[in-house]
Design a protein around this ligand. Structure first.
Ligand code: SF4
Ligand code: SF4
Length: 76
């Protein structure tokens, strides 16, 4: 679980795979897969909301999802 218990949840239908969310993440816990961002290191997420705020298409929202479910559908 993260420090604040919230992780980014992806709406894949809105994601353009621009990579901005991965670039802005201060703890480097995000990675870009073929189908969009995912969280290879969810325990490093500090729930800063930066990825959700920077996303130009509002494809990310913060939720109390379990680490395994956040972006798991997009894992490579
Ligand atoms: S910033 Fe938004 S559109 Fe860009 S890769 Fe991340 S989730 Fe997808
Ligand atoms: S909320 Fe912050 S730490 Fe967590 S994945 Fe997004 S940018 Fe990275």
């Amino acid at each position: 679980m993260t420090a604040f218990g919230e992780l980014p949840v992806l709406d894949a239908s809105r994601c353009t795979r621009c990579g901005d969310c991965v670039e802005v993440c201060p703890t480097d816990c995000m990675a870009l897969a073929a189908s969009g961002p995912w969280l290879p290191r969810p325990r490093d997420c500090v729930s800063c909301f930066a990825c959700a705020l920077v996303c130009p298409t509002d494809a990310l929202s913060m939720g109390s999802a379990e680490p395994q479910s956040a972006g798991s559908a997009n894992a490579p």
